[in-house]
Structures are given as structure tokens and as C-alpha cells.
Design a protein around this ligand. Structure first.
Ligand code: GRF
Length: 218
């Protein structure tokens, strides 16, 4: 079975990367991670990749004069890796519209909120401050505008009365680890595409389409 080559971009701990690595090791999973690129040399996710035998690369923005130069290097590294798709997994860099345009329909991000609520940083603090009772996470296609592309899948979690930003983040993160491998599975198997800027997710079962608290079978 052909496994579609994928690159994962990280900046930190890499628990979502780990979820993707674990998924890629499952028999029949249609993707393989060919390279992990980090914008920070001390990202723990680099160790996770090395342990899994995945090629790593650090591209630090400090080494480039501007955003365009950084993104040019990133694009070249992705092309060299042979990746057909890209997953942003806690990647803390804003990408230029030019870069995003080159990967249109082939780049996903995971965001720790139920978009379009709570874009940007500190989503769990914002959810607590607003008093929402349901929070969650979203996998979406990347477009130039931050945290705004077509939504692929979301998972909802309850906000409990005693929650802190940390306890809520941990609950959301668990859900992230379920939905990201699921989204990549669909993308890598050609069942998830962007057509005229809209998501097309073919042959979904009713169960998948109405997923609320996912218990996704890999
Ligand atoms: C996750 O919450 C993800 O949604 C956000 O950054 C965090 C990264 O966590 N974009 P990790 O590095 O995958 O553990």
C-alpha cells in the first residue's frame, strides 16, 4: 500500500506530532511522516521525531532577514523532503500568503478551540473568561488569514466548573490527538480535498459526519 509522504511542522512539545507518528505506524494508515521541521531548536517534538527515526530539520526565523526569506527556506525544505502534504502541529509562525498559496489544499492546522470562536493564542483562558460550557478543537485547512480556513473536523469537550486553563487544555489536547490523525487519514487517502476554497469530504458515514465527542476508530 502506498503511503503518502507528509511533513509536520512544530515549535514545541509535539504531542500532536506524537499522535500522528503513532497513527502512521498503524497498518493501513495511508500517510508516512518523511520530515519534521521545527522553528525552535529546543522543541521536545524533535526528540519524538528522532526516536521514531524521522528526519528532522530546524529552521529558525532568527536566521532570516524577513518572513519571506524564512518561508522560502521552509518551502524548499518541504519540497526536498518529498512531502505532498503538510501538518502544522503547534507551529508558532505566521506563514506568508505566498507560502500558503503554494500549499493550498495540502496543508492542515490544529487549533485548540471550536473555531470560529477563540482564534489566536490563549484560547483556554478566553473560553473560561467567556464562561462557555463547551470548548474543543478544530482541524482546518490553512488559508492566509490566521485560524480561518475551511473546517475539516471538530471535537467538543465540556468546560467543568472547577476547570483551570491547564485542566481544560489537557482535556482539549486529548481530543486533538483523536481528530488530527483522523483528518490526516482522510487527506492522505484522497477523500478530503479543497474545491474552489470549500472542503469536500467524500464518502463520510453518518456517524463520522455527526461526530460530537469522537471515539474515532483508526
Ligand atoms: C496544541 O494545543 C495545538 O492545538 C496548538 O498548539 C498546541 C501544540 O501542542 N496549535 P503540541 O506541541 O502538539 O503538544
Amino acid at each position: 500500500m502506498k503511503k503518502t509522504p507528509v511533513a509536520v511542522l512544530i515549535s514545541g512539545n509535539g504531542t500532536n506530532l506524537q499522535a500522528l507518528i503513532d497513527a502512521c505506524e498503524l497498518p493501513g494508515y495511508p500517510a508516512k511522516i518523511v520530515r519534521v521541521i521545527s522553528s525552535r531548536e529546543n522543541a521536545y517534538g524533535l526528540k519524538r521525531a528522532e526516536e521514531a527515526g524521522i528526519e528532522t530539520l530546524v529552521i529558525r526565523h532568527k536566521d532570516f532577514s524577513d518572513r519571506e526569506a524564512f518561508d522560502t527556506a521552509l518551502h524548499a525544505a518541504l519540497l526536498a523532503s518529498g512531502a505532498e502534504f503538510v501538518c502544522l502541529a503547534g507551529f508558532m509562525r505566521i506563514l506568508t500568503p505566498e507560502f500558503v498559496g503554494k500549499w493550498e489544499g495540502r496543508i492542515l492546522n490544529i487549533h485548540p478551540s471550536l473555531l470560529p470562536s477563540f482564534k489566536g493564542m490563549h484560547t483556554h483562558e478566553a473560553a473560561l473568561a467567556e464562561g462557555v460550557k463547551i470548548h474543543g478543537c478544530t482541524v482546518h485547512f490553512v488559508v492566509p488569514e490566521i485560524d480561518s480556513g475551511p473546517i475539516v473536523i471538530q471535537a467538543a469537550v465540556p468546560v467543568l466548573p472547577d476547570d483551570t486553563a491547564e485542566s481544560l487544555a489537557a482535556r482539549v489536547l486529548k481530543a486533538e490527538h483523536q481528530i488530527y490523525p483522523y483528518a490526516l487519514r482522510r487527506l492522505a487517502s484522497g477523500k478530503l480535498t479543497l474545491k474552489d476554497g470549500r472542503m469536500v469530504n467524500t464518502s463520510l458515514t453518518v456517524h463520522e459526519y455527526t461526530l460530537f465527542n469522537p471515539d474515532i476508530r483508526m
